[in-house]
Structures are given as structure tokens and as C-alpha cells.
Design a protein around this ligand. Sequence first.
Ligand code: AMP
Length: 305
Amino acid sequence: MEKMMGVLIAGTVTLDTVQTPQKQVEDVLGGSGTYAAVAASFFGNPVRLVGVVGADFPQPYADFLQTRDICLDGLKRVENGKTFRWGGRYAEDFNVRDTLFTELNVVVDFHPVLPDAYKETPYLFLANDPPQLQLSIIEQASNPKLIVCDTMDFWIHEEREALKKTIERVDILILNDSEAKLLTGESNLLRAARAILRYGPKRVIVKKGEHGAISITESSFFSAPAYPLTDVIDPTGAGDTFAGGFMGYLTSVGDVSEGSIRKAMIYGTVVASFNIEDFSINRQKSVQLSEIEARYQELQEAVRF
Ligand code: AMP
């Protein structure tokens, strides 16, 4: 039998309301699963999405995901339910974001059952979701080659113990700097990352927003710069897009060596840099692989010395 390829992405598929100093958008397509799946879809391997939406989820949004060859067999539609809604507001410099509301809606009672065709997927990405849900995906997958998990402050506050049980089972944990400190109680980022390694993962990737991302294992350290951008329109989903690009590249090379992980972080950085140039996934709709390659080369040049 031909070896199954591709990446499974489980995450939220949401309707977002976002306010920036310049503009407000309402009920636009968002969600950790959405951003990650669209980003992963640039790299030419099957992307299988697991998530849940309500009856109010606009059909054109689902149609768009399908135009990117994202398999939606694992995206459940609850006919009498409401889609997850999230609202956020950015301050003038975009480094500070206030969450205005998080309405989990159909996510609360979602117990995903992986379609048979999903179970053998070698690369697993558990984007931001309730930690119990992330664990249930791990338990249903048969022998994945790599399990990567993302989380955020909301789940660290609400479900710390369940989150630790999920983290124990993953190969790589991705989170941002303040979340790494919040999870571990350490104020130094390296100490926080090392504490997370003791929970179980072999690698921790810490996102630092406009300051790039770092990767830490017991024996390695790598620092990826952020792509220098002057015109930020909406940073929502940048972290999920980073992770989706990271997974998409790794899946395409089929290798999880240190070298490939480093390149994957740069691809993730580049796709995220495009994502923040517009609201929702709008910039990802138009960006071409050649533009991604060009920014990859620019970043390579930027750190050569
Ligand atoms: P980020 O900017 O990377 O934090 O991602 C923001 C995206 O994640 C938005 O599209 C939200 O709808 C979604 N989101 C916000 N809060 C949560 C949560 N608690 N769990 C999962 N997804 C969330």
C-alpha cells in the first residue's frame, strides 16, 4: 500500500470580530484550525481538517477551504448550534491585544471522531483547542510520525491540568513567550522552555511576535528572525499561520531533522508575515509560492554573517 502522506490539523474554525486602530471587521473567517490549514496548504500535501462549526457558518467560507484542497470530512456541522465566535481589539502598536469575547458555542460539546481516512496521517498538528479535545485526537491517531501542539493563555488559565496531560504526549509544543512563562511560572524564557521540556516534549518552539521565534531541545538552540514588515494590518492568526506553514513544509520534506525543523520555522515565519498584511485569511488567498520563496531567501540573507 502506498504510504499515506499529509498533515492532519485539528483546531477551531471561527467567526471573528476584530478591531484595529484603522478598521473593524465582523464575523470574518478565523480560527486556529483555519489559519493553520490554509498556511499548510501551500506546500502541496493533503491537509485534513478536524473541527466543528454551527448552522450559521457561511457556505462560501467552507467553499474557499475546499478550493485549497483542504479535506473537510473531519469538519462537523452542528445544525442547531452556533459557530465559535471570538472578538479582539488591538492597541496602536499591535503588540497589545484585548480579547473582547470568547464564545466557545459548538466547541463545548464537540467530541471529534476521526474519519478512517484521517487516522494514518503521519503529521499531526493540534492547533489551539480545548486540551481534552487535543488529547482525544492523539488517542485516535495510529502511530503518527510527529505530534505538534499549540496552546494559549485561555487554556492555561481554564484547563491547566488537562493541558499538562496533553503536553506529555506531544513531540513539539509551540506557544508564545508570555504563555511559556505563564505555564511554568518562570520569568526567564530559557528556564521556562527547559521546564516545558521536563513535561515531556522533545522540543519547544517559543513565538516572540515581532521578535521572531526560538526552538529549544536538550541539546540545541535556534533563533529565527521575524520578517521585517512596516505595514501591519491585522496580526490575528499569525501564530497559527506560523505553525501551519511549519507543518506544511515539514510534511512536504517528510523529515524531522534539526535542519528541516529550522527551515520549517523560516517558512512558517514567512507565511505568517503575509497573513498579517490583511484581515482574516485574505492575504493568504492571493499570495503565490514564488512570493513565499522570495521572502525565504531574504530572511536567509538577513541572518548571514
Ligand atoms: P492568534 O492570533 O494566533 O492568537 O489566533 C487567533 C485566532 O484563534 C482567532 O481566529 C480566534 O478565533 C482563535 N481563537 C481565539 N481564542 C481561542 C481559543 N481559546 N481556542 C482556540 N482558538 C481561539
